[in-house]
Design a protein around this ligand. Structure first.
Ligand code: A3P
Length: 309
C-alpha cells in the first residue's frame, strides 16, 4: 500500500492553512486514508447482484439519500417512531465502503441490509460492482451549493474561522479540480455516462429535485431499489411518513444529530446537517465567482444533456 501511495501526486489545500493533503489516485483526488480504503475495496470487496450502491460526490445529499434508502428498505421492521435513524447517525446505519470495507466483507452474506455507500468515482468502483449488475443510485447537486457545503464542512471539521479559511480559495481549488473525490464534473460525468449505457441499473437523483418534490422522488427510489410502495401503503401515508422522518428539519433536530459523535470518529454528527437548503450559494458567491463556476460547468458538461447550474 505504502508503495502505491508514494507514487501518487500530492496537493496541499492552501485555503485550509495546509491542514489537508490530497493524493491523486486513478484520476481523482482525496485524502490518503480514503484512498487506502478505496484500494482495499478494489482488492477485497465482491459485490452481489442484490447490493444497492448509494454513490455521490461529497456534500451533495449523501446523508439524506442514505436516510431515505434505509427507511425504505427497513420499513417492515421499523416505523417512524422506532427507526434507528432516531437514535443513531445514519452513517452508522448504512456502511461507507472506503472506511468500512473489512466490516462489510466480514458481515457478508448475512448483513440483512443491501445498502452500501461510496464516494468512489464510477471508474474506480470495485470491478465486481459493474460485473454483478447490482443497482446504483447516484445523487448530485448544483456545483455552487456543493462548494459552499464542502467549504463549511471542512472548515468546521478543522475548527477554522471563516477569516482563516478564505472562501475564494475553496472556489479556486474547486475550479482546478482539487475538490474531495474531484474533479467534481468528472465524478458526475462518469456515473452519467454509465447511466446512459445501463439506465435500468443506475438511477440519477438531484438534490434540488428531492427538495422540490420529495414524495415522488422517494417513490421512484423505492421502486428502483426493489421496495416499491403498495397502494395500501400509499393510502395510509407511509411515503409521507418516510419523507417526514428523513426531512432535514426532523433529523437535524434529533439529539443524536445535534450533539453526538460517531463511535471512534472525531467529526461531530452535527457537521452532516448544516442548512439543508437549495441555493445557499447566493449568500457566498460574488457575481464574478458565479459566472466562473457556471461557465466552467457549461464547458465541462456541454453536449452531455446534464445541467448543473
Ligand atoms: P448544506 O451544507 O448545504 O446544508 P452530504 O450528506 O453528501 O455530506 O451532504 C451534506 C449536505 O446535505 C448538507 O448541505 C446538509 O445540510 C444536507 N442534508 C443533510 N441531511 C439532509 C436532509 N435530511 N435533507 C436535506 N438536506 C440534508
Amino acid at each position: 500500500m505504502e508503495d502505491i501511495l508514494q507514487t501518487l501526486h500530492q496537493h496541499t489545500c492552501s485555503w485550509l492553512k495546509g491542514n489537508i493533503t490530497m493524493y491523486k489516485y486513478q484520476n481523482f483526488w482525496t485524502t490518503k486514508h480514503l484512498i487506502e480504503g478505496g484500494i482495499l475495496a478494489q482488492q477485497n470487496f465482491k459485490a452481489e447482484p442484490s447490493d444497492v450502491f448509494l454513490c455521490s460526490p461529497p456534500k451533495t445529499g449523501t446523508t439524506w439519500l442514505k436516510s431515505l434508502a434505509f427507511a425504505i428498505v427497513t420499513r417492515e421492521k421499523f416505523d417512524e417512531s422506532t427507526s434507528p435513524l432516531l437514535t443513531k447517525l445514519v452513517h452508522e446505519c448504512v456502511p461507507f465502503l472506503e472506511r468500512q470495507v473489512a466490516e462489510i466483507v466480514a458481515q457478508r452474506p448475512n448483513s440483512g441490509l443491501p445498502l452500501i455507500a461510496t464516494h468512489l468515482p464510477y471508474s474506480s468502483l470495485p470491478e465486481s460492482v459493474a460485473a454483478s449488475n447490482c443497482k446504483i443510485v447516484y445523487i448530485y447537486r448544483n456545483a455552487k451549493d456543493a462548494i459552499v457545503s464542502d467549504y463549511h464542512f471542512r472548515r468546521e471539521a478543522l475548527k477554522l474561522d471563516m477569516e482563516d479559511a478564505p472562501f475564494e480559495g475553496a472556489v479556486e481549488e474547486f475550479c482546478e479540480g482539487f475538490s474531495s473525490y474531484g474533479p467534481y464534473w468528472d465524478h458526475i460525468l462518469g456515473y452519467w455516462k454509465a447511466s446512459l449505457e445501463r439506465p435500468e441499473r443506475i438511477l440519477f437523483l438531484k438534490y434540488e429535485d428531492l427538495k422540490r418534490d420529495p414524495a415522488s422522488n422517494v417513490k421512484r427510489l423505492a421502486e428502483f431499489i426493489g421496495h416499491p410502495f403498495s397502494d395500501d401503503e400509499e393510502k395510509v401515508g407511509v411515503v409521507d411518513n418516510i419523507v417526514s422522518l428523513c426531512s432535514f428539519e426532523n433529523l437535524s433536530n434529533l439529539e443524536v444529530n445535534k450533539t453526538g459523535k460517531p463511535k471512534g470518529g472525531t467529526l461531530e454528527n452535527r457537521l452532516y446537517y448544516r442548512k439543508g437548503k437549495d441555493g445557499d450559494w447566493k449568500n457566498h458567491f460574488t457575481d464574478e465567482m458565479k459566472e466562473r463556476i457556471d461557465k466552467l460547468m457549461d464547458e465541462k458538461l456541454s453536449g452531455t444533456g446534464l445541467v448543473l447550474k
